[in-house]
Design a protein around this ligand. Structure first.
Ligand SMILES: Cc1cc2nc3c(=O)[nH]c(=O)nc-3n(C[C@H](O)[C@H](O)[C@H](O)COP(=O)(O)O)c2cc1C
Length: 353
């Protein structure tokens, strides 16, 4: 895959306005779809993840050479033009008829990487054909043989890592659901099941998991396994000890245990505990280039964006996602220069309080 050189990418994109994107998406999408995408975050007086990221303050350096700053990095060995990646999200065809295919096109043009949910309505082959690097997010179903078949086909179609989601033993009943009558004609639920789309979620919760499943998934596919939904140092160490190549510090965007510690507060202890033994990523509530910069300073090798991408997809399709990612990247460069960072390697926790 070609990673666009920094000089080839536009540098004059405006500051991203995710709130405006969300409002615009709410004008074009059915209400139940918007409700499902938003989830229960921010309800019941709980401060949002985004608010917590915004509370962090930078301690910038000055008088440093930042003229050669580049956002390019690698994730599990895959070169990416930016550490801002796209989170796996179910039901992207509810946002846009092409769903993940459109997202993948934008991701390829930006030179980054996307996660693809177990509950995608798009076939692996169609995502793979776009040519963007992608990781397959796994919900381990009660039917292990079906799960094995699914991950092996994802690997065969080009997924380069498996993302094992571990934080969803059940779905919060306050989370609005997509209305079943809208499946599968428009959205589809899981386009990749051996028996074809069931037209209903196959999700059986993450109750049936243990750390041994990291090795099980690796042995099935030979792919590195990243554990998503880790919020404690001891759990992160257990994952790495049993073979995880990475962990994603995540509250699932506040969609599961709505009153958990937020990612911004969990990231430092996880990053410190994991050190160089595996890669640490973060998601949940990142809405601005400053949020991304803070996450990189606190130890994330890369970040994943969820809902902002969904809103951009709904309002502008692949061009909308490309513009969102582009504006975050260009403004992230400016923020990092304001921190006195000459490279991503110079970011560290001392830059944030
Ligand atoms: C509509 C929607 C569907 C999602 N579906 C999945 C999923 O199928 N599997 C998963 O691991 N995470 C899923 N997530 C969580 C995202 O991967 C990610 O953790 C979260 O969206 C990040 O927070 P943010 O939306 O605030 O950026 C979903 C999130 C949203 C908004």
């Amino acid at each position: 895959m070609d990673v666009p050189a920094d000089g080839d990418r536009p540098t004059d994109l405006p500051y991203p306005d995710v709130d405006e994107l969300e409002a615009a998406a709410a004008r074009v999408l059915p209400e139940h779809v918007v409700g499902y995408f938003r989830g229960p975050t921010g309800a019941y007086g709980i401060p949002t993840e985004a608010e917590r990221w915004s509370q962090l303050r930078f301690r910038p350096h000055v008088l440093r050479d930042t003229s050669r700053l580049s956002l390019a990095t690698t994730v599990l060995g895959t070169p990416v033009a930016s550490p801002v990646l796209v989170a796996p999200m179910a039901q992207q065809r509810a946002a846009h008829p092409e769903g993940e295919v459109a997202t993948a096109r934008a991701v390829r043009r930006r030179g980054v990487l996307l996660g693809v949910s177990t509950n995608t309505g798009v076939r692996f082959a169609d995502i793979g054909a776009v040519g963007a690097p992608w990781w397959f997010q796994v919900y381990v179903m009660d039917d292990r043989a079906m799960t094995a078949d699914l991950v092996q086909r994802a690997a065969a179609e080009g997924a380069t890592a498996l993302v094992l989601t571990v934080d969803t033993p059940g779905v919060d009943p306050r989370r609005p659901q997509l209305e079943p009558r809208s499946w599968p004609e428009r959205y589809g639920m899981q386009a990749n099941l051996p028996g074809g789309d069931t037209g209903r979620p196959i999700f059986s919760g993450t109750r049936n998991l243990s750390v041994d499943d990291i090795g099980w998934l690796h042995d099935l596919t030979g792919l590195p396994v990243v554990v998503k939904g880790v919020l404690r140092a001891d759990d992160a160490v257990r994952c790495v000890d049993t073979g995880a190549a990475g962990v994603i510090v995540s509250t699932h965007g506040g969609r599961c245990l709505t009153q958990s510690i937020v990612s911004a507060d969990a990231l430092p202890e996880v990053a410190a505990a994991v050190g160089d033994r595996a890669e640490v990523y973060v998601d949940s509530g990142l809405r601005t280039p400053e949020h991304v910069a803070a996450a990189l300073c606190l130890g994330a090798r890369a970040v994943f964006l969820g809902r902002p991408v969904m809103w951009a997809l709904a309002t502008g399709g692949d061009a909308g996602v490309e513009e969102l990612l582009g504006s975050i990247d260009t403004q992230l460069e400016r923020v990092l220069r304001s921190l006195g960072a000459g490279s991503l390697d110079e970011l560290g926790p001392d830059l944030v309080v």
